[in-house]
Design a protein around this ligand. Sequence first.
Ligand code: EPU
Length: 427
Amino acid sequence: MDRFRIQGGTPLSGEVEVAGSKNAALPILASTLLLEGEATLSRVPRLRDVETMCGLLESLDCAIVSGSGLVQVRAHATGSTQAPYGIVRKMRASICVLGPLLARRGTAEAALPGGCVLGARPIDIHLRGLESLGATLSLDSGVVRAKASRGGLQGGVANLQGPRGSTVLGTANILMAATLARGDSTLKGCAREPEIKALAEFLNACGARIEGHGSSEINIQGVDRLHGVPWTIPPDRIEAGTLLLAGAATGGKVRVTRMAPAELKALFEVMEIAGAPVQTGPDWAEVDAETGRKRATSVTTGPWPDFPTDLQAQWTAFAAVCEGRSEIKDSVYPERFLHVAELRRMGADAGWESGKAWVEGPSTLQGAPVIASDLRASAALVIGGLAATGETLVKRIYHLDRGYESLETKLAALGGRVVREPDPESP
Ligand code: EPU
């Protein structure tokens, strides 16, 4: 296992390009199961989660060729319909193959993913949505089996609203299933995240008839077949936000390019209030935090267009260097605060209870050995390490490799002193 060795205290400065979006790439890759012919995806980020999704598609008898950010997938109308536990366990997004498998191959089986470090994360809405399209479901020994009726899935009305709002992958799953269903479908309570728009735009280019994506109600007219097309994965808004927050926390000046600034409005609003203003152009954003006081600013995460939960941990790290008390509420994952204890080990005056964290700043963060608990928590610890004085060792960065492409290289290009090395203490 690798770790990062970070020598902190240097303001980041310069320009860096973001990779393609992990959370757009994963459902788009799953959707290739629906397609006749070949789909060629470019700007696919080189990440562990993408490798896992490609491995899953191969286990479902898809032919995959990949390299240099390109992934070509050829899926067939027949083949395995079982998503194995070994893969689903590693990555929850695997559940996204249920809808396409059912729509194209008539049956689908997947191990239930169970909880994760972010909390319970059920998939009841995915299952309810598939039932609305006429699927019959059964649950046996932790495996969900879904079957379409003899003529295939049927259009229907599905309500995807959950107790904490919408579900991104749930919306993606049912949307994919409905594209090949007979007749029309209406999906209510849909996630409005840019990743859903990206998926629907890809599927429309493949011949689907989807309208209303980006709003909470999506209408789909089922079609008989979909065909593969060449397609470019859009930029990763969470990676862009992470790099900008790293710039802000170190008191630096960082420009992030090849991104979509409109997707980070909620972040830029609070960065402005916090004294780390962001300027934007058509496809870039630049934070200038070299001068001025950083002021504590509270945030509450929520579904799009609110402040994203996937930037909550990174904001918490930034809050540690701001003056005053910040309250950070996570309405999507109330238990997603394991990074707080590690930031405390670096000297942050912070705490959390279910649903919210608080940080009293400014703290003089000090380098320490810390352990990453999940993907975005890892990013927060890297930001903490960059802002701290002295040396930080971030252990278990395999979490980070799930969702950030070559983060250490990008940070080094900005003057950050970050080195990847094998962890002699890991098994
Ligand atoms: N929920 C239900 N029932 C369901 C599904 C979800 O109650 O059937 C609830 C969850 O408990 C949670 C909320 O709905 O409170 C949303 O969570 P969900 O598990 O649906 O999220 P997701 O769609 O599986 C995607 C991203 C996550 C991101 C969330 C929220 C991908 C691959 N994953 O997950 O990304 O945090 O949306 O925006 O797109 C990450 O990249 O670090 C990450 C965790």
